[in-house]
Design a protein around this ligand. Sequence first.
Ligand SMILES: [Zn+2]
Length: 381
Amino acid sequence: MNSPPRTAFIYTADYARFDYGPNHPLRNVRLRLTHDLIRAHGLLDLPTTCVVESRPAGLDEMLAFHDRGYLETLRQVDGGEAGGDLFRYGLGTADNPIFPGVYAWSALVAGASLQAMELVATGRADVAFSIAGGLHHAHRAKASGFCYVDDPAVIIAHLVDRGLRVAYVDIDVHHGDGVQWAFYDTDRALTISLHESGLSLFPGTGFVEEAGKGKGQGFSVNVPLAPDTDDEIFTWAFDQVVPPVLAAFAPDILVTQLGADTHRTDPLANLSLTTRGFAHAVRAFRAMGRPWIALGGGGYDVANVPRAWTLAWAIMNGLEPPPGVPEAYREACRPLGLRADGLLDEPQPAPGPAKETAWAFARDQVARVRRLIFPHHGLAE
Ligand SMILES: [Zn+2]
């Protein structure tokens, strides 16, 4: 990509209509703030960029991955009233509440990610970013971890149906379990997830030994990391595994989940990255030079998510992160009582003993990945 990439930003102000509830950690205002910060930096006005209004997915489109009974039940509770056989579907819990428009919200997110997929699969964009997407925990017939419709799994299923080879890389702090299990037995979709170990974090899976089955053996890759993992350790583990495996797999399309909850200030998890470590991964995805569908994901420090995703959007457009904080964005943050920092954090290495423990864990896990996964891809251990 020597000429500037053609990029598409998938968004609608309608995201703000939906609310998981006052005590829920997932706050949709982060999407509007991301849009506001990107726009305030002038990064939606580039000659090679288009903004596409999100449209809802039809139920039939979501059937590419999901169970019909599950989707119909979700649609029945769209009014916000609990009812029917919800427990078996993981619905109506504290994590996955039935709020007004829960189906409309889920269909809108899936539709946005399908638009990103369409633009990239047809070559109309080199990169498309669906910031509301990346809801990677939902299962075929079960809501989980704030996710009702698994938009990454839906779009990958569509791409695989078209005969394409898809690589999915998930850098959210939580294991991308829903996507992993969706493609566990196929070699058409490679899934790679780097995350805080399931020993200390939801959903409690994502161990190296979950490597795929049958034809899929070696095509499910997990890199668990210990609490206090910082930029240096994350960057090392990422570079050891992701670029070589991606290069060997040679996907037609790259799908990435860019959860921003690895950040050291995130209240739900224990990794210790800054936006520098996050940006390293995004730069590596861009350097792949493949058609690229980028999705959002977790991120519960509302002040940080817009910074991380604005940084990502700049990199997708082949630009260096713009310095400073635009005044219009400061004003958007003020009524919410949010900090408005520049995009790149100062380096924040983890302190001595904690870092040694995290290093030892990462080295051990990476060695296991190399032993268990690399031979399936013709790579030396
Ligand atoms: Zn997460």
